[in-house]
Design a protein around this ligand. Structure first.
Ligand code: NDP
Length: 313
């Protein structure tokens, strides 16, 4: 297959809130950004329903609609938005190379990474079917919809513990389903969960099926002795970790042991000059649309200053 090469001033990889916000700023700064949207155009918000915590939408909005708005705003200022997945990179020289769909090579003076992270799922068919209809991977986003109701959360790390206590403040009862006989979360977080009266921890148990036709009505659990138990819940949260989408940067960019890109504190600078990281690909703590958007803005400003510093206007 014939290989195409194109040079751009600013390449944005990924199209969630971080990518689109970076695009809005970069386009308005005349950096002529080109964006490759990746596997899931619009990112994680396209698989949620109602978004009520993004400022500026007093009545709330739908995740997919919000991302269409972000996209339209990025396009309004001339961002060149394209289908395509970055499949490899080469950051050897001062001009950075990115290969898209294994065939098109883009060289770029500056790169903004906004590839996000993906929630890990249990892999049940019922989980997929009811995703967005009671099944969620984000308690902070969706917990509010289950106010006063009974919910379940799967996981035993710091995220699950934190989200279980968050849900316990809103919901009547929270079942925390832990697959082993102990939790991985820090002792402090475990104590907080154990001392919250409306959280029932169910150890040595996994989820066989999430029940319900159109919305979640319960879950079928099975313990390590093979005994089954049914719980009645209207919300089912999965908090078994996230995977940052940073595989193609391995060996080029500094990342922590779980793959989150490491940036210079207070900036979006990576260890490669001209390559900036924003959004969930570099944030395992906050992971909110609004924080991702904020760091996308930072990345565009950092890239603009970088281009000026190397004499590219
Ligand atoms: P972790 O990888 O730490 O924990 C994932 C949890 O999910 C584990 O308990 C694991 O069980 C469980 N799990 C994985 N797969 C399954 C499955 N198929 N079925 C049931 N359970 C499953 O992810 P977190 O998102 O909790 O945390 C990520 C990182 O972020 C950690 O380093 C954490 O410390 C940090 N963090 C820190 C916070 C803070 O300090 N405030 C808040 C949130 C996160 P098992 O233990 O059996 O492997």
């Amino acid at each position: 297959m014939e290989e195409k090469t194109e040079h751009v001033k600013c390449l944005i990889i990924g199209s969630g809130p971080a990518g689109y916000t970076a695009a809005i700023y970069a386009a308005r700064a005349d950096m002529k950004p080109v964006m490759y949207q990746g596997l899931q155009p619009g990112g994680q918000l396209t698989i949620t329903t109602e978004v009520e915590n993004y400022p500026g939408y007093p009545k709330g909005t739908q995740g997919p609609e919000m991302m269409e708005d972000f996209k339209a705003q990025a396009e309004r200022f001339g961002t060149d938005i394209r289908w395509g997945l970055a499949t490899s990179v080469d950051f050897t020289g001062p001009v950075h190379k990115v290969v898209v769909d294994e065939k098109t090579t883009i060289t770029a003076d500056s790169i903004i990474i906004a590839t996000g992270a993906s929630a890990k799922w249990l892999g049940l068919e019922s989980e997929q079917k009811l995703n967005g209809f009671g099944v969620s991977a984000c308690a902070v986003c969706d917990g509010f919809f289950f106010k006063g109701q009974d919910v379940a959360i799967v996981g035993a790390g710091d995220t699950a513990a934190e989200e279980a206590t968050y849900l316990a403040k809103l919901c009547k009862k929270v079942y925390m389903i832990v697959r082993r006989g102990e939790m991985r979360a820090s002792k402090a977080m475990q104590h907080r969960v154990q001392n919250t009266p409306n959280i029932e921890i169910i150890y040595n148990t996994s989820t066989k099926e999430i029940l319900g036709d159109k919305t979640v009505e319960g879950a079928l659990l099975v313990n390590d002795k093979g005994e089954e138990r049914q719980i009645v819940v209207t919300g089912f949260f999965v908090a078994i970790g996230h995977q940052p989408n940073t595989g193609i940067f391995k060996g080029w960019l500094n990342m922590d042991e779980t793959g989150y890109l490491i940036t210079v504190p207070g900036t979006t600078k990576t260890n490669i000059p001209g390559v900036f990281a924003s959004g969930d690909a570099q944030d395992k703590n906050y992971r909110q649309a609004v924080t991702a958007a904020g760091s996308g803005c930072m990345a565009a400003l950092d890239a603009e200053r970088y281009l000026a510093s190397i004499g590219i206007h």
